[in-house]
Design a protein around this ligand. Structure first.
Ligand code: DI6
Ligand code: FE
Length: 401
């Protein structure tokens, strides 16, 4: 059955720009967009008609970097940081990622699923129709598998496309303290091959930083991922410059993420490789960072820029993709148009989904949001508020407000 959607203005995001079609119409069929254009030009078809009441319509939002499956609660750490204790100090005292690892290992699959559902529903009600979720709070084969299974389950039950990334190289687990190389060997010889074979992994990530893994250690993980036919991505240049983003580019990574400390030479390498720069202003804001990602170098060399919540318990408890748009603009000096590209077409590319998702074009998946706004810039302008009126995934209403 076809559906004809009309009486709306489309912000198509084709080619990364707004590419607005005023007074648009769209035909969807079997979950895909079979036609989109000016209402006056629409073909004659037999279809169910939906009137969107002059809403503005964007592609569904894509959150391409989250850690939303975890046990425990770190709001107490937030209070500590407000009293002046740094993120690194908290980590050194056994808090930080290690405390979430402990709680995640102790939680059952059911508990992890229930708490993740509570968080993810906020993202979905602000228009997220595709998201990536990382493991990385288990750090043993069994507990990484448990988390990845929860991620697969979320993909089955949510009205959203969910990609699973294995981030076993997120931190050095307590049983490998002082033996990071041995843990990397375990990841490469046991964890990745096993989890990949079980069909639980769509991509492989690592945390390249002084307090986590060196570029040489990350490279071993990348080589294994490549041998298993899995795409890679990397947490790089968040707190210091180790040129992890250039290493990511060398392995044709889908994305390098964070990037505050990246250099122009990293940007050149990423542009050449087509590696997307995923910026995470939530973590920047929560950690009160002051070093901005090199926006001019990214633009100059034509690196695609995506934005993501980084939803995680330690550095970015961000439940709102619209607040993310605002932070991309206010903190990282993006334009509202760049910010919107960052949560649509460029985020799709960061997940390897740019041919099927991220813009309103014929042949793409019919994931879209209707907004009660008068100008596209309002999406990034209002701080909070309920602006979405309808969320449509694969051509079906998921939620109306
Ligand atoms: N960078 C981050 O910002 C998160 N992970 C990472 O590699 C932090 C994760 C946490 O503190 O729990
Ligand atoms: Fe992250």
């Amino acid at each position: 059955m076809k559906t004809l959607w009309q009486h709306f203005h489309a912000i198509t995001m084709q080619n990364g720009n707004y590419n607005i079609i005023e007074d648009a119409a769209m035909i969807t069929e079997n979950g895909l967009i079979s036609w989109i254009g000016k209402r006056a030009d629409k073909p004659q078809v037999e279809a169910k008609e939906v009137n969107l009441n002059n809403a503005w319509v964007t592609p569904g939002f894509i959150d391409c970097h989250t850690h939303l499956v975890f046990g425990g609660d770190r709001s107490g750490e937030f209070e500590k940081r407000l009293q002046g204790v740094s993120y690194a100090e908290i980590a050194a005292q056994g808090g930080g990622i290690a405390s979430t690892v402990k709680a995640t290992r102790e939680a059952s699959e059911q508990e992890l699923l229930a708490s993740a559902l509570k968080r993810v529903k906020h993202l979905l009600s602000e228009g997220v129709t595709t998201l990536e979720i990382k493991s990385g709070y288990g750090l043993t084969l069994e507990s990484e598998r448990k988390v990845l299974k929860v991620i697969r389950k979320l993909g089955e039950i949510l009205p959203a496309t969910v990609k699973a990334t294995c981030l076993a190289a997120h931190d050095i687990p307590p049983e490998y303290k002082g033996k990071a190389d041995d843990y990397i060997t375990h990841i490469c010889d046991v964890m990745l091959p096993t989890l990949a074979k079980e069909g639980l992994v769509d991509a492989v990530d690592a945390f390249c930083e002084h307090l986590a893994f060196s570029p040489a250690q990350v490279e071993k993980v990348f080589q294994k991922a490549q041998a298993l036919g899995l795409p890679v991505k990397l947490h790089a240049e968040q707190l210091s410059s180790l040129h992890g983003s250039s290493l990511a580019a060398k392995y044709h990574a889908l994305s390098a993420d964070h990037l505050e400390y990246m250099t122009e030479s990293d940007a050149i390498a990423m542009a050449k490789a087509g590696t997307v720069a995923v910026l995470l202003p939530g973590a920047f804001y929560m950690l009160r960072e002051i070093q901005l990602p090199p926006m001019d170098a990214l633009r100059k060399h034509g690196v695609k820029i995506a934005l993501s919540t980084d939803l995680n318990p330690g550095t970015s408890p961000m439940l709102s993709p619209r607040l993310l748009l605002n932070m991309g603009c206010t903190l990282f000096k993006m334009t509202p148009e760049e910010a919107l590209a960052g949560v649509t077409i460029n985020a799709a590319q960061a997940l390897g989904l740019e041919t099927t998702h991220g813009s309103l074009e014929q042949g793409k998946v019919a994931d879209f949001i209707a907004w009660d706004i008068n100008q596209p810039a309002e999406l990034a302008y209002w701080l909070g508020g309920q602006l979405a009126t309808h969320i449509i995934q694969k051509g079906q209403f998921v939620k109306s407000f």
